[in-house]
Write a new protein. Structure first.
Length: 472
C-alpha cells in the first residue's frame, strides 16, 4: 500500500479524509447508532493475540508519530532504554518535529539523527511503510489512533498508541481483526498500570489478601479547563472540541486498567453491561463566555452545546462484580485514577493510600509500611529507582516503556493485549450510547470472542518472563 492512490483509499475507508492530521471530525453519536448496533456479535476469532509472543527483536527500531508533549517525552525516555534505535519522527508541523528533535538532543543526545516526516496530512503513512522500523508509537489526537494503528499493522509493524486506542466500536473491532490477521502486537500505553500503589494492590489481590473481589472504583478526575481552553496546548483545540461534542465518559482507561488487571477481565472474567449518567454542564460553557468577552477568538465556542461536567458509569461483570467509573475534567477536585478495590476480606484505597483488613478499620501506618515492603513487585525492585530518575509521571512512563521494549527484546507476550486496549476504550462510546438513550443498560461486546474463559493473565509484575533490558 505504498502508492498514493492506495493511501488515499485507506484514508477514505477509515473515515479520516479531510480531518487534517490533528483535526477533529466527530460525527453525531445519535446518528451513528440510529443505523447500527453498538456492538458486533457474529465475529469469530481467527487467532488469539492474548499471550501471543512475537519473534524476539535484538534492537527495536522505532518510528514515532505525533510530537506534542507526550510524543516528545516518550522519545526522550526511549533514548535511555537499551537496545532502542529511533529511526523516524513525524508530525504535521515541521517546526514541531524540529523542536522535538532539538529538545531530545539537549536532554539525551542521539547517536544518529532520525529522519523527519512533516508537512502533509498523510506523511505518517510513509513512516509506517519503511522497512527498517519494527515498532510505531502513535501520540496523535484520539480519533487518529485507530486508523494509524491499523495502517501500521498492515505494513507489518507492531504498534502502541496513547490512550484511548479507539473512539468508536467499529474501530475497536477493526483493531482486533487486523491484529489477529497480521499477528502484530497492538497495545494501548496505559501508564497508570505501572504506578507503585496500583502494582502493589494488584499483587495483594493475586495473593488473595482481599479475598474474593466484589467491587472497584476508578476515575479520571483532573481539572483541565486551563489546558482545554489554551490556544497552544492542543492543536486546533481538539480536546476542547471533544468535550463540546460528546457526552459520556470520554477518558475511561486511566481508572479502568488497574481494575481490570485486579479482576482478571479478559482472562477469567468479562464485562457484561453498563449504565451511564451525566450531569449538565455548569462550567465549560460559562468559561467560554468569560473568555469570549475578552477575546473574540473564543466566540466560536460560545454557542456550542457543551456536554456534562461529570459522568458516572457503572459496569457489571459476568462474575457479578461491579465497577464504578467517573470522568470529570472541569471541577477543582484533586486528581484520581484507580482509587479503590473492595473484597470479602479487605479493601485498598489509593488516595489517600491505605488498606483495611476484615472489620478492623484502616491499618495503622506501621502495618501499612510492612505491606508495602511485602508487596513491592519485582518490576519495581528491578527498575523502579532508575525509572523515577528518568521520569514521566513519577517514573511510571519510563517503567511502561522499559517493559514494552523488554518484552519485544525477549519475544514474550506484552503485559496488555489488543483486547484490553479496545475493551477499556470502548467504555467511552458505550457510555455515550447509554447517556443518549436515557441511561439505559448497554451490552458490552466480548472482543476476545469467548477466549476470556481460558486466557492467561497479563501484566506480569513479578517478571517471571524476560527482564533483561537495561535503563542507561
Amino acid at each position: 500500500m505504498s502508492e498514493n492512490g492506495n493511501r488515499r483509499d485507506f484514508i477514505e475507508k477509515a473515515g479520516i479524509a479531510g480531518l487534517g492530521f490533528f483535526g477533529i471530525g466527530v460525527s453525531s453519536f445519535e446518528d451513528e447508532f440510529a443505523i447500527q448496533k453498538p456492538f458486533q456479535t457474529d465475529y469469530e476469532q481467527v487467532f488469539n493475540m492474548s499471550g501471543y509472543a512475537a519473534p524476539p527483536i535484538e534492537t527495536v527500531r522505532v518510528g514515532i508519530v505525533g510530537l506534542g508533549g507526550r510524543g516528545t517525552g516518550t522519545t526522550a525516555r526511549l533514548t535511555r532504554i537499551e537496545g532502542v534505535e529511533i529511526k523516524a519522527l513525524c508530525d504535521l508541523q515541521q517546526e514541531a518535529a524540529q523542536s522535538a528533535l532539538e529538545r531530545i538532543n539537549s536532554e539525551s543526545p542521539l547517536s544518529h539523527s532520525p529522519e523527519i516526516y512533516a508537512g502533509t496530512e498523510d506523511i505518517w503513512m510513509e513512516l509506517c511503510e519503511r522497512d527498517d522500523i519494527d515498532l510505531v508509537i502513535v501520540n496523535t489526537p484520539w480519533d487518529l489512533h485507530a486508523p494509524m494503528a491499523i495502517y501500521a499493522m498492515e505494513q507489518g509493524k507492531h504498534v502502541v498508541t496513547e490512550v484511548p486506542i479507539a473512539t468508536t466500536i467499529d474501530d475497536c473491532w477493526e483493531l482486533v481483526k487486523t491484529s489477529e490477521r497480521t499477528r502484530q502486537h497492538c497495545m494501548m500505553l496505559s501508564n497508570p498500570c505501572y504506578r507503585d500503589f496500583d502494582m502493589m494492590a494488584l499483587g495483594m489481590a493475586r495473593d488473595g489478601y482481599f479475598g474474593e473481589i466484589i467491587h472497584a472504583e476508578g476515575a479520571y478526575i483532573h481539572d483541565l479547563r486551563h489546558l482545554n481552553f489554551s490556544k497552544t496546548q492542543y492543536h486546533d483545540m481538539w480536546r476542547l472540541r471533544q468535550n463540546a461534542s460528546r457526552n459520556g465518559n470520554l477518558y475511561p482507561t486511566h481508572g479502568l486498567g488497574t481494575i481490570c488487571n485486579i479482576m482478571d477481565i479478559n482472562c477469567g472474567d468479562q464485562m457484561s453491561y453498563l449504565v451511564s449518567v451525566s450531569s449538565n454542564d455548569f462550567m465549560m460553557g460559562e468559561r467560554a463566555k468569560e473568555l469570549a468577552a475578552e477575546d473574540p477568538f473564543f466566540e466560536q465556542f460560545v454557542d456550542k452545546e457543551f456536554r456534562g461536567n461529570i459522568n458516572s458509569t457503572i459496569i457489571r461483570t459476568h462474575m457479578g462484580r461491579t465497577i464504578l467509573l467517573q470522568h470529570d475534567v472541569t471541577s477543582p477536585r484533586p486528581g484520581i485514577c484507580f482509587n479503590l478495590v473492595s473484597g470479602t476480606d479487605g479493601v485498598a484505597q489509593a488516595r489517600p493510600p491505605r488498606v483495611a483488613k476484615n472489620h478492623d478499620g484502616w491499618l495503622p501506618d506501621e502495618e501499612f509500611s510492612d505491606l508495602q515492603e511485602q508487596y513491592t513487585p519485582e518490576i519495581s525492585k528491578q527498575v523502579g529507582d532508575l525509572a523515577r530518575q528518568v521520569g514521566g509521571h513519577g517514573g511510571m512512563d519510563t517503567m511502561m516503556l522499559w517493559r514494552l521494549i523488554d518484552c519485544l527484546h525477549n519475544g514474550i507476550p506484552l503485559d496488555m493485549s489488543v483486547y484490553d486496549g479496545v475493551l477499556w476504550s470502548a467504555m467511552a462510546p458505550l457510555s455515550e450510547w447509554s447517556v443518549t438513550n436515557g441511561s439505559k443498560p448497554v451490552a458490552i461486546p466480548d472482543f476476545t470472542s469467548g477466549s476470556w474463559n481460558t486466557n492467561e493473565r497479563g501484566m506480569d509484575i513479578e517478571l517471571r518472563r524476560g527482564a533483561t533490558t537495561n535503563i542507561i
